[in-house]
Ligand binder design. Structure first.
Ligand code: FA5
Ligand code: MG
Length: 479
């Protein structure tokens, strides 16, 4: 049952994910290990006290005063039309590659981003919405990559010709002014030197019409106010003040140019956090194609959209060292985030009692995850010749094969993390034989469980199986 404070609108009927109904073809590449993760509704961001849930509810309550309402996502199984075509991805876009996307078959895939639901959500009549969902990408194996992660898609559009949202002194301009006033008083340094050209420029259909151009300009200004405000509420000085350094430096936010087929102009937003720039989201002015695709409901509207990755933000915010920990069912993980009380939304931080002048005073402190003891790692290398100087398989195929052989077959079996045994895989050496033109590669598999100490014998056994699969499935010659 969904708590009262967490009632999201369900725009799409929940559908069981049934993979049997998709005839397999040469594109099919969803591995069995991913199937237990598929669910009609995203699990982790709706698990009470889970760090992704804290983050989701914080962002939702931050954006709710602007009228941006959370909606539940449909099933993660989508058509390639929704995930790519309708958003303007060209036929040869690398994101469509079998090496990067999980396909059920040629026409059906697991959504690679929440933008897959933009057209349908606008078509439902929603103008301001926020959707949190699980997304799937074939990728490398390391502490910050996992085949399933979570995105939050937010959007706001307004009618250009009906009403006066974009008029001087209208709703959008007033909100921009209010947001800019708040930001001017806040401890934030915004770096935004991107020229319009670098960001892809105004869309031709906007540029050719003064009312639309004004609406696009205001939309971009509104997007910037909204996202700078969001960054401030996530990473802001309240946190800096309670950090170990005790420093109170302003938050630094940087706007950089980006390219997405479904927005223009397009940007990525980064925040300076603990000594590095962290990319938190992609965004831009919604391509008119998306709103046109939404039929009657999208007609004559214009506005912005963003898509943000929850895990990366949670990892740096809470110092969570490994992305596999999000799948933990271990109390040692979850209890550290148990700060929000029933009915309290947007509680990113915990309360601590500090004393000021003898008076007990409540203040907020960011939760910092304290890693439970780590078991020792154990690495095994595998060197092999690929059949020719050009391999016929993609590195992600190797990554997936390793995940398959080293992950438990059911989610229930897992405790401290997702139950997998390989922490990272890296290419440590490669060369091309000068005479034969054959390529040699050496990969290092770093085995480490979060549950227990692995014996060398056990690791050898698992590694044996991995190497056998590599020979069988990748057609390689182990050296
Ligand atoms: C997108 O997915 C676009 N759909 C975002 C967007 C939405 C743009 C609406 C414009 C309008 P991108 O692939 O860069 O873009 O991913 C967006 C965010 O997801 C990134 O900023 C990052 O925070 C997160 N992300 C991307 N790849 C991964 C990954 N492998 N693991 C964890 N987080 C990731
Ligand atoms: Mg990106």
């Amino acid at each position: 049952t969904v708590p009262a404070w967490n009632r999201h609108q369900a725009l799409f009927p929940p559908a069981e994910v049934s993979l049997q109904s998709y005839p397999r073809d040469s594109h099919s590449n969803v591995p069995p290990s991913l199937i237990p993760r598929l669910s009609p509704t995203p699990v982790l961001p709706y698990t009470p006290h889970h760090p992704l849930e804290l983050l989701r509810t914080h962002i939702e309550s931050h954006l709710s005063p602007a009228g941006i309402e959370p909606v539940l996502p449909p099933s993660p199984v989508v058509t390639t039309k929704l995930n790519f075509d309708d958003l303007g991805f060209p036929a040869d876009h690398p994101g469509r590659a079998k090496s990067d996307t999980y396909y059920l078959n040629k026409e059906t895939c697991l959504r690679t981003h929440t933008s897959a639901h933009e057209v349908a959500t606008f078509a439902s009549g929603k103008d301001k919405w926020l959707m949190t969902a699980d997304v799937y990408r074939r990728d490398e194996i390391d502490a910050s990559h996992y085949p399933v992660f979570h995105q939050m898609e937010g959007a706001s559009v307004w009618s250009v010709d009906k009403g006066d949202a974009f008029a001087p002194g209208g709703e959008v301009e007033k909100e921009c002014e209010a947001m800019e006033r708040d930001l001017a008083q806040a401890s934030i340094e915004i770096e935004d030197k991107v020229s319009l050209d670098e960001a892809g420029g105004w869309q031709p259909s906007h540029q050719g019409d003064p009312a639309k151009l004004r609406a696009a300009e205001l939309s971009l200004r509104h997007l910037k106010g909204t996202l700078n405000g969001l960054a401030l509420s996530l990473f802001g000085p309240r946190h800096a003040a309670s950090s170990s350094t005790g420093s109170d430096e302003p938050l630094r936010v940087r706007w950089i140019p980006a390219t997405f087929p479904f927005t223009s102009p397009s940007y990525e937003v980064e925040v300076w956090y603990r000594g590095a720039w962290l990319e938190i989201l992609g965004c831009g002015v919604v391509m008119q194609r998306t709103l046109d695709g939404a039929g009657e409901a999208g007609k004559g509207k214009l506005g912005w959209a963003f898509g943000l990755g929850l895990e990366r933000i949670a990892m740096v915010l809470y110092s969570i060292p490994d992305i596999r920990l999000f799948w933990s069912r271990d109390e040692r993980f979850l209890r550290q985030f148990r700060v929000a009380e029933e009915g309290q939304v947007g509680k990113l931080r915990g309360d601590v009692k500090g004393s000021a002048g003898g008076l007990s005073k409540k203040r907020e402190k960011l939760i910092t995850f304290e890693p439970f003891s780590r078991y020792p790692p154990c690495y095994k290398d595998v060197s092999f010749w690929t059949t020719s100087s050009k391999t016929s398989w993609h590195e992600n195929d190797l990554m997936e094969l390793i995940r398959e052989e080293t992950s438990p077959s059911s989610v229930e079996a897992t405790t401290a993390s997702d139950g997998s045994l390989v922490e990272s895989v890296s290419l440590i050496d490669s060369f091309v034989h000068p005479k034969t033109g054959r390529e040699s590669r050496c990969y290092r598999l770093n085995y480490r469980s979060m549950e227990r100490s692995l014996s060398n014998a056990e690791v050898n056994e698992v590694h044996e199986r991995v190497v056998e699969r590599m020979k069988r499935d990748l057609g390689i010659e182990v050296r």
